[in-house]
Design a protein around this ligand. Sequence first.
Ligand SMILES: *Cc1c(COP(=O)(O)O)cnc(C)c1O
Length: 432
Amino acid sequence: MSQVIEYASRNAGTDVLQKTNETLDPMDWKKNCVQAHRMLDDMLNYTENIRERPVWQPMSSDVRARFRSAVPRLPSDLASVHEEFMQNILPFAAGNVHPGFMGWVHGGGTPVGMLAEMLAAGLNANLGGRDHAPIEVEREVVQWTREIFGFPASATGLFVTGTSMANLIAVVIARDTALGFDVRRRGIAAKGLTAYASTAVHGCIGKAMDISGIGRNALRLIATDHRHRIDLAALEKAIKKDRDADFTPFLVVGSAGTVDTGAIDDLAGISELCQREKLWFHVDGAYGALAMLAPALASRLNGIERADSLAFDFHKWGQVPYDAGYILVRDGEPHRNAFASPGAYLQRTQRGLAAGSTWPCDLGPDLSRGFRALKTWMTLKVYGTDALGVVISRTCELARYLESRILETAELELMAPVELNIVCFPLSLRRF
Ligand SMILES: *Cc1c(COP(=O)(O)O)cnc(C)c1O
């Protein structure tokens, strides 16, 4: 091996490469270093002084037009492209890094996560599998999530883009568990599977039903109570009605923090029902699941530890920069059975880089995948999960404060109980 490298370096020496422009290395490493520090300083400065900027501002048509150029066939200076970034991109971001950003369910990110992204990009690790330290980092985070959520040692975990993908993976595992893993070869031809969730469930569950071939119509949306939680009696009735009509119920999705009002379903109640009915119990905890880190909130998630699978986002309440979705599956066996695909080039060896048992590519649709685990690992280690829990509690306290102000303001009306950090009230734009 070393002979090959020696041969290559002798015959493709940097002089030759630079003359023929066949390398992507910097021409001048020193100049590159200065430019790199400038870019780092600019971003650190941006995060430090974010409060002095508007949360959001519209892009003028002028700026938008700058993104309509032809394929850049010829090189440009990194410094000048960076300048374009500073002028045309940075000022027109969504604004979720800003403390004044209150829209939707967006995470804020942290300087630690930003720096970890740079380190990860420097390694350019491929987390599809094989036996290298980055894989151990992902495994360690998996172990931490088992501990946080009270899952057994047999549980498997995987970083994905977001909870939409994590929910899809859960629906596929539940589907294959219900129909037998042979379904991966035979396909699913109208098997009459039915799934259940409340009317407040996130839209990506319907999308997962669609993509997994079961169909959106097979997702039964169950009414909610006055706190926007799934009505357990109605759920039980719907399952019975479907069984009587020869459908095959296979899955109940509980929400730990719905996207509209932050409602938390009775997870322990759903878990008992699923045990009785032999149904897969999945929890969509996209943002709410990490309330486990806040001692005052954790008990609200009772029953989450009994889920067959749990989807959540480190990029929401975990404040890890986008994207860092995650799926935790109670029993690794059906997880592997639903996704592992043999391939000659994926053969495992006893030792060396191709060693190791379960690889991440055995647990999801992706083969090549980036090092999302590093920014999550660094965020958890540097801040500590207690501090993240304190921040989570604080957002809920702020929401309760806003609730109290709305209740004492005659012109405003509270539209839903405040469960976590979401406050729903109509805003008359004419008045404000
Ligand atoms: C955000 C969210 C999702 C979707 O997660 P992505 O990371 O955006 O794919 C699903 N469910 C709930 C409850 C959410 O808040």
